[in-house]
Design a protein around this ligand. Structure first.
Ligand code: PHE
Length: 360
C-alpha cells in the first residue's frame, strides 16, 4: 500500500509540474500506458492471493483513475493557458484611431458656409435659399434695378437662351443672392431674420474672380431696425468668424439700387510681412456691401413700409475663406485638384459650432 501511495504522489506531482502537452503524454505512457508502471502493477494482481487481490485491485483502479483525471484536468488547464496567451498577443484595440490619411475632405467653401450659418444661427437668423437660375424680375426689377440701370452691365450677367419667338426677358444665372430677399419676403413676410448662402455667377475671371462664386445675403426686417443694428450684427459676426476681439469696421457711403442709405464696409487689418492680420494695423479691406433695405424692395416683397424697415448685406464667402485660411488664388477653389483639396480641405467631423469652436 505504501508503494501505491508513493506512486500516487510521484505521478500527481509530476502531472502538476508538467509544462506542456508533450510532457503530459510522456507521463501518461509511463504511468497508465500499456506498459506503464501502474499497468504492470495490475498484471501482478494475478499472482496474489484472493485476499490480497481484493484490497490491491480496487486500490490500483482508483489510482489509475485518479492519475487519468489529473492528466486530463492538467491538459485542459494547459489549453486554457495557451488560449489566454494567444488572446494576449492577438488582442486588437477596436477603439484605436483609424489611419490618419483622410480619403475625403470638406471643401473650404462648405466649411466656411457652415461657420457662417453657425454664427448667425446663434444670433437668431434662419437659412433661406433661392434658385440659381433666376428671372429678370427677381434678380433686377424687384430689387429696384431698372432695365437701363448700369448695374445690369456691371454685373456681367450670364443670360440664358430663349427661343426666337419667345419675347419674355431671358432668365439669368443670378448675379447675387439679393433675389432671395424678395422671394423670402413674398412667402413669409415681415418680421424676418435670414441669411441666404449660395452660388452666384458673373462673367469674370482672374486671380480673385471666377465666373461662379459664393455669396451670402443677410436680411433683418422688423419694426425698429436701424443701421446701428446692422453695425452691431456685422461686428459680432466678424469677431466670431475671425476670432479676434478687437474688430474695427469702417462704413463707407456707397450706392446700391436696393438699399438706401448704402454702405460698403471695410475691416481694419495689417499686411505686414505679407501676412494678413485682422483687427490691427493701418490697412482697410473691403468685405461687404450693405444698407437699409429700399422701401421699393420691401414693397415688392409685399411688406408694409409704414410698419417695417430693416437692413441687408451681401458678403463673398470665397473671399472670407481666402482671408481666414490664407488661400492665395480663388481659381484653385474650383479646379478639383486632389492635392489642393487634401491640403486645404477639412476633416469631415470638424463641423463648426459655437461650443466646439468655429475654426479648426
Ligand atoms: N448684392 C450686392 C452685391 O452683390 C451686395 C449687397 C447685398 C449690398 C445687400 C447691399 C445689400 O454686390
Amino acid at each position: 500500500m505504501d508503494q501505491l501511495d508513493a506512486l500516487k504522489s510521484k505521478y500527481l506531482s509530476a502531472v502538476s509540474d508538467a509544462a506542456d502537452e508533450a510532457t503530459l503524454e510522456e507521463l501518461r505512457v509511463t504511468a497508465v500506458g500499456k506498459k506503464g508502471e501502474i499497468s504492470l502493477k495490475m498484471r501482478e494482481l494475478g499472482k496474489m492471493t484472493p485476499e490480497e487481490r481484493q484490497v490491491a485491485g480496487p486500490a490500483l483502479n482508483a489510482l489509475k483513475e485518479e492519475i487519468n483525471s489529473a492528466l486530463s484536468a492538467k491538459k485542459s488547464a494547459l489549453a486554457d493557458a495557451a488560449l489566454d496567451e494567444r488572446l494576449k498577443t492577438e488582442w486588437l484595440d477596436v477603439s484605436m484611431a483609424g489611419r490618419p490619411r483622410r480619403q475625403g475632405t470638406i471643401h473650404p467653401i462648405s466649411q466656411v458656409t457652415e461657420e457662417i450659418v453657425a454664427i448667425f444661427a446663434s444670433l437668431g437668423f434662419a437659412v433661406a435659399e433661392g434658385p440659381q437660375i433666376e428671372n429678370d424680375y427677381y434678380n433686377f426689377d424687384a430689387l429696384n434695378i431698372a432695365p437701363e440701370h448700369p448695374a445690369r452691365q456691371e454685373h456681367d450677367t450670364f443670360y440664358m437662351h430663349r427661343d426666337e419667338n419667345d419675347d419674355r426677358a431671358p432668365n439669368v444665372l443670378r448675379t447675387h443672392t439679393s433675389p432671395v430677399q424678395i422671394r423670402h419676403l413674398e412667402k413669409h413676410g415681415a418680421p424676418c431674420r435670414i441669411i441666404c448662402p449660395g452660388r452666384v455667377y458673373r462673367a469674370d475671371y482672374d486671380q480673385t474672380h471666377t465666373p461662379m462664386f459664393h455669396q451670402y445675403e443677410g436680411m433683418c426686417i422688423d419694426k425698429d431696425i436701424s443701421m446701428a443694428n446692422l453695425k452691431w450684427t456685422l461686428e459680432e459676426f466678424c469677431r466670431a468668424f475671425f476670432q479676434v476681439d478687437d474688430i474695427e469696421l469702417r462704413f463707407r457711403a456707397s450706392h446700391f439700387p436696393f438699399t438706401e442709405p448704402s454702405a460698403e464696409v471695410d475691416i481694419r487689418c495689417s499686411w505686414a510681412g505679407g501676412q494678413l492680420k485682422i483687427g490691427e494695423g493701418n490697412d482697410w479691406m473691403e468685405i461687404l456691401g450693405s444698407g437699409m433695405v429700399h422701401p421699393k424692395v420691401l414693397a415688392a416683397g409685399g411688406v408694409d413700409t409704414d410698419i417695417y424697415q430693416g437692413f441687408a448685406f451681401g458678403m463673398g464667402i470665397d473671399r472670407l475663406a481666402m482671408l481666414k485660411y490664407g488661400i492665395p488664388d480663388l481659381r484653385a477653389f474650383f479646379d478639383s485638384d486632389l492635392r489642393w483639396l487634401r491640403n486645404y480641405g477639412f476633416a469631415s467631423l470638424d463641423a463648426p459650432n459655437l461650443h466646439g469652436g468655429i475654426s479648426r
